[in-house]
Design a protein around this ligand. Structure first.
Ligand code: NAP
Length: 321
């Protein structure tokens, strides 16, 4: 993380600007650095993105013993820096086009020019938008088991969702909580079979299927949730001290919605080449609509985007000569 907050050395012009320092952004920076392009990543939180708050990663090829998300995030970051990538804190507020250049305006008003832009801004946990959710965020409602699990030692928690995140993070929470109840809106999970098998064999996890949470309950303190059965319509209350929500992700595309073509659910439209609707702007990682959202596919996107950016920069340089 050395130099991350030193923004004095940001240059006015780069070959490539990369937004986001998750697996996609770090891979893009590694590849652009090795191609000897001038490039910078701007990251508005902490390097690593959602990986940094994942408890354990077991399916990244080559790391057969598994690795904590924060360790893997650090490796992505330090490998990019080792090969010369500049990774700096910065919040992109606006992107404008000026001839072949992309002008990135940062929160502090600084403007940075780039020949190519790689958007790797990832995604954020989706909310369920029911009464009580906003009120209890940070006070019983959480989107991160690694961050908040320790607060629920010997207490009862509810996990919402039926994907890999819900089941994996639910299993992780059994280290602390006396009871974990996973509530899912359908009668089958979309999590991978190996993850389902492990979760089903964990006797500290209870499952409530075919149920939607319609309210998060509590006056001062969170006390539980009200659920409605999808088949019978029957409503009931499940008591708990905490609610962990893992119902998918929304893409971080607000800044680009007037610039790029997005899918109806807000992801950037770009194919396997990562090319977006604007020449010279590439989308990599979870922000790009694709079949499989994984760390490995995000990293692969970053490498492809860097290669495409390098081709684009070479064309611009040739035209300018
Ligand atoms: P996900 O796979 O999109 O699953 C979201 C779950 O939440 C689904 O079961 C969905 O139900 C449910 N859901 C969605 N909106 C809801 C709502 N408003 N109320 C109640 N339930 C709702 O999301 P994820 O588990 O966060 O995973 C995201 C991506 O990361 C996936 O591609 C996943 O494979 C990947 N991931 C991989 C790993 C791994 O490989 N180890 C670990 C974590 C995540 P329905 O099924 O009914 O739609």
């Amino acid at each position: 993380m050395k130099n991350f907050f030193n923004t004095d050395d940001i240059l006015p012009k780069y070959d490539v600007v990369i937004l986001g320092a998750g697996p996609a952004g770090c891979a893009a920076a590694l590849y652009t650095a090795r191609d000897d392009l001038s490039a910078i990543i701007f990251e508005k939180n902490y390097p690593g993105g959602n990986v940094a708050i994942t408890e354990m990663v077991e399916n990244y090829p080559g790391i057969d013993v598994g690795i904590t998300g924060s360790d893997l995030a650090n490796k992505f970051f330090s490998q990019a820096v080792k090969f010369g990538a500049q990774v700096r804190y910065g919040v992109c507020q606006k992107v404008e086009l000026e001839d072949d250049y992309k002008i990135i305006t940062l929160e502090d008003g600084r403007r940075v020019m780039a020949k190519a832009l790689i958007i790797a801004t990832g995604s954020r946990p989706k909310r369920i938008n029911v009464p009580g959710e906003a009120k209890f965020i940070g006070r019983g409602v959480s989107f991160c088991a690694t961050c908040d699990g320790g607060f629920f030692k010997d207490r009862e928690v509810i996990v919402l969702g039926g994907g890999n995140s819900a089941l994996e993070e639910g299993m992780y929470l059994t280290r602390f909580a006396s009871k974990v109840t996973i509530i899912h809106r359908r009668d089958s999970f979309r999590a991978s079979k190996i993850v389902q098998k492990r979760a089903f064999s964990n006797d500290r996890i209870k499952f409530i299927m075919d149920a939607s949470v319609i309210e998060i309950l509590g006056e001062e303190k969170l006390t539980g949730v009200k659920i409605r059965n999808a088949k019978t319509g029957e409503e009931s209350v499940v008591n708990a001290d905490g609610v962990f929500i893992f119902v998918g992700y929304d893409a971080n595309t607000d800044t680009f919605k007037d610039l790029l073509e997005l899918t109806p659910d807000g992801f950037i439209k770009a194919g396997e080449t990562t090319e977006t609707s604007v020449p010279g702007i590439f989308a990599a990682g979870d922000v790009r609509k694709k079949e499989l959202m994984q760390i490995i596919t995000a990293a692969a996107d970053g490498a492809v985007a860097a290669k495409m950016a390098e081709k684009y920069v070479t064309e611009i340089d040739a035209n300018e000569r």
